[in-house]
Design a protein around this ligand. Sequence first.
Ligand SMILES: *Cc1c(COP(=O)(O)O)cnc(C)c1O
Length: 417
Amino acid sequence: MSSEEFFNEAKSLLPGGVSSPVRAIKPYPFYTASASGSKIFDVDGNEYIDYCMAYGPLILGHNHPAVKMAIVRQLDKGWIYGTPIEQEIALAKEVVKYYPSIDMVRFVNTGTEATMSAIRAARGFTGKDKIIKIEGGFHGAHDAVLVKAGSGATSLGAPDSLGIPPDFIKHTLQVPFNDVGAMTDAMDAYEDIAAVIMEPVMGNVGPILPEAGYLQEVRTLTKENDIVLIFDEVITGFRLAMGGAQECYGITPDMTTLGKILGGGLSIGAVGGKKEIMENISPAGKVYQAGTFNGNPVSLTAGLATIDILRREKIHQKVNSMGDELRARLRDIIDDHGLGYTVAGIGSIFKIFFGGEVHNYQDALKCDRKVYLEFFGRMLKSGVFLPPSQFESNFLSSAHSTDDIEKTINAYEANLA
Ligand SMILES: *Cc1c(COP(=O)(O)O)cnc(C)c1O
């Protein structure tokens, strides 16, 4: 069957025809037959250079042979036990080694569960209820963080989804990224703020970097007000560097959430932090957290294999310099054609904003999403699979070759002109 035929069948079985909203490409998404290295192959016989990379986990590319071997070796021994296993200690040691903010860690299944558990632990630890999040910041799909954009720093949040009682959101405040004043105002307006949760580099509205000194100011403000600072590094962890954005920017939060790369392409999440906070989590303490699939042996094994390769092959140097080169060449194309678009990103994350400079979510909203979607379609026809949204970041992997980059640059040149 063709992608179109599959999608027509899927529409009556899956809401919107898909299992997660961003995948619902119009008029129909391609159905993947297989993927290897930097390439993804659809059931219609097309081949694409992939910059979606499953939205972040695949820093080594698809179907990496060493990661696959590690998974297969684990499968030979069984894939879920419901008992402790050695690998959870091994992966915890890696996480603790690279993240000075983490003394202890709980392995869960998704980034969503990680941020949900981090917020609960911060509330349990501080005995306070409110949280501050950044407007446009994405922390998964649970109630406390699905807040409508656009309310002021000192007004209480409203749900951004049906099915969330407004009462469940009234403890969530939102402030714009890169705005110390708004953060200060929110902290002045409310006494009972348990935590600030933020992506230190925003990744889910396209990549937005923190301005000089911003993260440091947030660190200082949270310390002064006894507020737990949670860095959501589900994208940036093991992506920008082994120690994530907190290593790059030299800021130590109180808690960190990880996911995506940590599972080597299999489902995982992790919540970590200082001992005095983490020891509140059950069964050590009274903040409840549990899961049938927590510490899944196959995910832990794939994560360990991935981290080993990242370290031994110095992957970050390679993908980060590839990112620098790509961004520079995209800037040249945009300048040559006088387009006035913005090339954004850091390390192996990049994106063209179809608009001016972007410092926060409201800036990102000003980009021309319609033109982006047309551009996405043309790139796909040219054999380059970008995320189908202006607000999703593009990811490089160590599997992308210089030949891939040349073809990609040519496709950008042809389709931007
Ligand atoms: C992807 C993502 C999540 C959610 O992770 P899932 O595994 O999809 O639940 C949370 N936070 C950030 C920053 C993410 O990019």
